[in-house]
Design a protein around this ligand. Structure first.
Ligand code: ZN
Length: 95
């Protein structure tokens, strides 16, 4: 999988969100996810689920490029992340 387009998008998102974050909880939560995703790119782990190491669907990455979870573990994002699911612009893919 070519991760260059995702890298580009995540970098843009990071600068956009870090420039705009003024105490808005949703933005800072997404910003954290974006930074985590960039870190995974640096480590060569982008596109792999952090729970089971499985590949994350390209379609899912298109929709949520910073997601660290495959479809099977996507609920972790809403229930396991600090402040997750609380006004953040995370759009889980419905089954
Ligand atoms: Zn998984």
């Amino acid at each position: 999988m070519n991760i260059e387009p995702f890298k580009e998008r995540l970098r843009e998102l990071e600068s956009e969100l870090s420039g705009r974050t003024t105490g808005v909880e949703g933005n800072s939560t997404v910003l954290q996810h974006v930074r985590d995703a960039l870190e995974r790119i640096r480590r060569g782990r982008f596109g792999k689920c952090v729970v089971d190491g499985g590949s994350i669907d390209a379609e899912r990455l298109e929709a949520v490029p910073w997601t660290p979870y495959c479809l099977e573990h996507k609920d972790f994002l809403e229930t396991g992340a600090p402040g997750g699911g609380n006004g953040a612009t995370i759009v889980p893919v419905q089954d």
